[in-house]
Ligand binder design. Structure first.
Ligand SMILES: [Zn+2]
Length: 381
């Protein structure tokens, strides 16, 4: 005798598949992780110039909004393994979580304490760029000649900033990249070096190669191939479409959960969705008590939490996601998606989301890029 369930298993499977596939974007570059401390993984690519408004982007759409810099900021507060887009980093707006962090920074001088505050209250920050892989033989074959987007970790972003600020190319013995490293006719290739340092993924050895060159050259020449360069640029990704839109109401809920705790009756008001309730369960205090110094601040912000000293125990849960500047933010971000993200990816108002069915044009693109790849081979040592 078979029991006919009222639950639709096919719909369930479909949903699961969708959720699973949404987690990885085939256009996003994620460097491999070294398997041991003696392994260094290297890639070479160019960071591409900023997309301007109405520039063609991958999929053939026109960019709705131009970039001010070669990179756009992205940031998320991680609470219980879930990212919550930060309005300060993304939109330069007030952020309730960051404000708490900044207030606590004012109160605490010790490095240890500040590290903890950063881990608990500050977002992971990354900078999204378009990149173009050179034909360098050590690049994986599948990447050569490809345009992808990449979330630069802080270490690499800082290197880029320092390079822009550098006034000259150094001396002959130690030449250095400097200035606008992303000029497609005169660009410095970036060599991304991934290694392990104290168990953490590190990018400290990353550097720009010191010789600027066109990102695609004509065969047997040092002259730029303008046509192919334009093709590369037309394949840049619309990066604003890759960033979550901050959800202020949701962020406030998360903040309240952290500050007020689940056993505070007044704190129940904001929690109506099942998801919030589940989160509260996961957040049950189970580790050591917080340091007493935090409490006066919580009190002074009128958050009604000081009466329960166990409240911030749950903050421990998110420590793992902000362990240092060399955090592999991309892989952290891959561990979960906010509901906002799913909505966003279905919105038709961004170039990335509105791209038409592109199977055909993508094939065409990859043919072109294979062409580029052939011309690039042997480009650099
Ligand atoms: Zn924030």
């Amino acid at each position: 005798m078979t029991h006919k369930s009222k639950y639709d298993v096919d719909a369930l499977r479909k949903k699961l598949t969708e959720q699973g596939s949404r987690k990885s974007d085939p256009d996003e570059f994620r460097p491999d992780k070294p398997k041991d401390v003696s392994t260094e993984i290297k890639y070479r690519f160019y960071i591409l110039p900023p997309v301007c408004q109405n520039d063609k982007v991958k999929g053939g759409a026109l960019a709705a909004k131009g970039m001010e810099l070669y990179a756009i900021p992205n940031g998320a507060h991680w609470v219980n393994q879930k990212p919550h887009a930060c309005p300060r980093v993304i939109n330069n707006e007030d952020c309730i979580m960051c404000n708490m962090g900044f207030d606590l920074f004012k109160l605490h001088e010790s490095k240890e304490k500040r590290t903890k505050i950063r881990q608990q209250w500050m977002p992971n920050e990354q900078w999204l760029v378009n990149i173009f892989f050179t034909g360098w033989k050590s690049n994986p074959e599948t990447l050569r000649g490809k345009v992808m987007w990449y979330a630069l970790p802080k270490t690499v972003y800082d290197l880029c900033s320092a390079t822009i600020h550098r006034q000259d190319g150094g001396d002959e013995e130690d030449p250095q990249a400097f200035g606008v490293f992303f000029d497609e006719f005169n660009a410095f290739p970036l060599e991304l070096v991934v290694h392990l340092n104290g168990g953490q993924v590190s990018y400290q050895k990353t550097r720009f190669l010191p010789t600027a060159q066109p990102i695609v050259k004509k065969a047997d020449s040092t002259e730029p191939d303008e046509e192919l360069i334009q093709k590369v640029l037309d394949n840049r990704h619309y990066l604003y479409g890759k960033v979550d839109e901050p959800n202020l109401a949701r962020l406030k809920q998360v903040y309240d959960t952290l500050v007020d705790g689940d056993d505070d009756q007044s704190g129940d008001a904001g929690f109506t969705s099942d998801e919030s309730k589940n989160e509260k369960k996961e957040e049950k205090p189970k580790e050591e008590k917080p340091k007493a110094e935090d409490k006066p601040k919580l009190e002074s912000r009128g958050t009604a939490s000081a009466k329960n000293p166990n409240k911030s125990d749950k903050l421990k849960n998110n420590e793992r996601v902000t362990s240092g500047d060399d955090d592999d933010v991309a892989s952290l971000l891959s561990q979960g998606e906010t509901p906002v993200k799913s909505e966003k990816s279905e919105k038709p108002n961004t170039a990335a989301a509105s791209k038409p069915s592109t199977a055909e044009s993508e094939d065409e693109d990859s043919t072109d890029l294979a062409n580029i790849m052939a011309q690039l081979s042997g480009d650099d040592d």
